[in-house]
Design a protein around this ligand. Structure first.
Ligand code: SAM
Length: 238
């Protein structure tokens, strides 16, 4: 055993997420692969098993406490890195049709090893978000779009909202200090076809305050968006 699976099981249960033996064993294998690969490539600064449980696994799973995707919902994790929150969601909900997108190839190689070792299926997509968001195979195709630690909410909305289908949700995992970011992102969210439905605020054991803006896609995103990254940076949607 690499992690304390009982700690993970009870920590997830506090968020009303029931992890069975298969899920706990998959989380254990995931943690051990993360520690092993992290010695070769830089995947995460959190290297201790306890930190992996609380700051990666439970932090990612908390999303499912606020949002319940329907069976086989299409989910994309934008800038997934070492698989957070996407792979954690998939272990808890193996029915999800998950796409893991990242612009760094070696992180996707790690994720492919994780998926095959755990016996799980997901698409790994090596592309920049702003490029994938212009492709018909991905544009407005997803029931749920999520991301953690990728960008400020304004720019992240331009990366992510184009992926959401009408009626779908964009739910980025954010820190407690969301208010100035949210104020700055309001114009972008509405220009891109989103509407803030609610803002969940909560505390994670060992990790402090968190927030989860729940943004509904209420109208189609104009084909102008997402723009190339240089334009997103130079001319933010304000
Ligand atoms: N979501 C993971 C987590 O919370 O641990 C990784 C966060 S890491 C700080 C940010 C990740 O986003 C990196 O893996 C980076 O390659 C990816 N990324 C940043 N901008 C991106 C973009 N425009 N398109 C795709 N991936 C992007």
């Amino acid at each position: 055993m690499t992690i304390d699976t009982e700690k993970l099981r009870t920590g997830a249960a506090k968020w009303n997420i029931i992890l069975d033996e298969t899920a706990l064993s998959r989380f254990d294998s995931y943690a051990s692969l993360l520690i092993e690969w992290n010695q070769k490539i830089n995947l995460t600064a959190i290297k201790d098993p306890d930190g992996i449980v609380t700051k990666h696994f439970i932090d990612s799973l908390a999303l499912l406490s606020f949002v319940s995707p329907q069976q086989e919902a299409k989910v994309i994790d934008v800038g997934t890195g070492a698989g957070f929150p996407g792979v954690a969601l998939l272990i808890a909900r193996p029915d999800l049709q998950l796409t893991l997108l990242d612009s760094t190839k070696k992180k996707l190689l790690f994720l492919e090893d994780v998926l095959s070792s755990l016996g799980l299926q997901a698409e790994t997509l090596h592309m920049r978000a702003e490029e994938a968001g212009q492709r018909s195979a991905y544009r407005e195709q997803f029931d749920l779009v999520t991301a953690r630690a990728v960008s400020n909410l304004r720019d992240l909305s331009e990366y992510c909202l184009p992926f959401a289908k009408l009626g779908g949700l964009f739910t980025p995992l954010k820190s407690a200090e969301i208010d100035p970011e949210l104020a700055c992102a309001q114009t972008a969210i509405s220009l891109l076809g989103g509407k803030l439905e609610c803002l969940e605020r909560y505390e994670i054991e060992a990790g402090g305050g968190r927030s989860l803006p729940i943004i509904r896609k209420i109208s189609h995103t104009s084909p102008k968006y997402p723009r190339p990254s240089a334009q997103i940076v130079k001319k933010p949607l304000v």
